[in-house]
Design a protein around this ligand. Structure first.
Ligand SMILES: NC(=O)c1ccc[n+]([C@@H]2O[C@H](COP(=O)([O-])OP(=O)(O)OC[C@H]3O[C@@H](n4cnc5c(N)ncnc54)[C@H](O)[C@@H]3O)[C@@H](O)[C@H]2O)c1
Length: 330
């Protein structure tokens, strides 16, 4: 048996960081063989073809086949997983409406090509920004594919939040559990530690001992650090997060496929009205993955303070949805 993975934007930075780890078995483990389909636009085909040559030179035992194409029908043919990484970045002078329209013209056709060509059980992970709304557009275009098979990546935000919490408490990151990202993968996101634990102990108790006024620390330090971490990486590194984004993508897809057990994680998935998030939006929630499906974890009722922050990010998602609706993209 082998799994077919389609990667869009395969000639880009995150694509390059993802491909070799997928081929090495970091996605489905050391037993599962993989077929890769690399979808690019003509300008990116050379870079994707170069990566394919290097994949060949890696002599990866698990890698069965690599196909490079700029035709979405070929790219998504038989895909069990579609990782939608390729997107249109915001250019100089581009307004949000222009960005949404440019990406709509990518994710709408890709949604249609997925519905027409992918394997019946395809699972779609959207990484390209604005990720939540791109996922919404692709899901709306993918006639016959349930919206629950689309999710957008907020795992990088969760990993960042876990790492910041671990650093603040001087604890190993492996002992930090139950951090939730709510809302949009943007600066309005709400990283929530109310149900997090550190070595099994409530994180809020450990934080109270360490930082005193926990709410002031969350508002003044933790939340902005996590929400603006992408900008910090750009400032320090000179370009955006790549390897950490690829790593989070693998975490997300691996959990979705292999399951989380009792562990909670975060993913942007379609709302059915949970936690008051309008039905149909693709918003980040606390989730578990069971039998290949995301399940929103119930019972993490937010405090009024948290509610206000969740509502702010969800309001941004509503605005994005209304904008793409006005453009006729959904
Ligand atoms: N969700 C997250 O946590 C997260 C984190 C980091 C980056 N991102 C986003 O991931 C995306 C990719 O980042 P990157 O650093 O790899 O960018 P990049 O510019 O290096 O690569 C993007 C690639 O996508 C390709 N592409 C563009 N349109 C395409 C289409 N229609 N079909 C197929 N390929 C197409 C481009 O040719 C390019 O090779 C960006 O939108 C970035 O904002 C998301």
């Amino acid at each position: 048996m082998s799994t077919t993975v389609t990667l869009t934007g395969a000639g880009g930075q995150i694509g390059y960081a993802l491909l070799f780890r997928i081929a090495a078995g970091d996605l489905f483990g050391p037993e599962e063989r993989v077929r890769l389909r690399l979808l690019e636009i003509p300008a990116g085909i050379g870079a994707a073809e170069g990566a394919a040559l290097e994949l060949q030179d890696g002599a990866f035992g698990l890698l069965e086949h690599v196909e490079v194409t700029d035709d979405p029908a070929v790219g998504f043919d038989g895909a069990d997983h579609a990782l939608l990484v390729g997107a249109r970045p915001r250019g100089p002078g581009m307004e949000r409406g222009d960005l949404l329209a440019a990406n709509g013209s990518i994710f709408g056709p890709q949604g249609r090509a997925i519905a027409a060509n992918a394997a019946p059980g395809v699972r779609v992970t959207v990484v390209g920004n604005p990720a939540n709304t791109n996922a919404l557009i692709a899901a709306a275009a993918a006639d016959g594919v349930p919206a629950t098979r689309f999710s957008a990546l907020t795992r990088l935000d969760e990993n960042r939040a876990r790492a910041q919490l671990a650093a603040a408490l001087d604890a190993p990151v492996a002992e930090v559990d139950g951090v939730t990202i709510w809302g949009n993968h943007s600066a309005t996101q709400f990283p929530d530690v109310a149900h997090a634990t550190v070595a099994g102990r409530p994180a809020l108790d450990a934080l109270a001992e360490r930082v005193g006024d926990v709410t002031a620390w969350l508002d003044g330090s933790f939340i902005p650090r996590v929400a603006k971490r992408g900008a910090e990486i750009i400032q320090v590194r000179g370009s955006s997060s790549v390897a950490s984004a690829a790593n989070a993508t693998l975490d997300h897809v691996r959990d979705w496929t292999l399951g989380t057990g009792e562990r909670r994680t975060s993913a942007a998935v379609v709302s059915h009205g949970e936690y008051g998030v309008p039905a149909g939006l693709i918003s980040s929630f606390p989730v578990r993955a069971v039998d290949g499906a995301w399940q929103i974890v119930e019972g993490q009722e937010p405090s009024p303070w948290a509610r206000e922050r969740i509502d702010r990010s969800v309001a941004e998602l509503v605005e994005e949805r209304d904008a793409v609706r006005a453009l006729g993209l959904i």
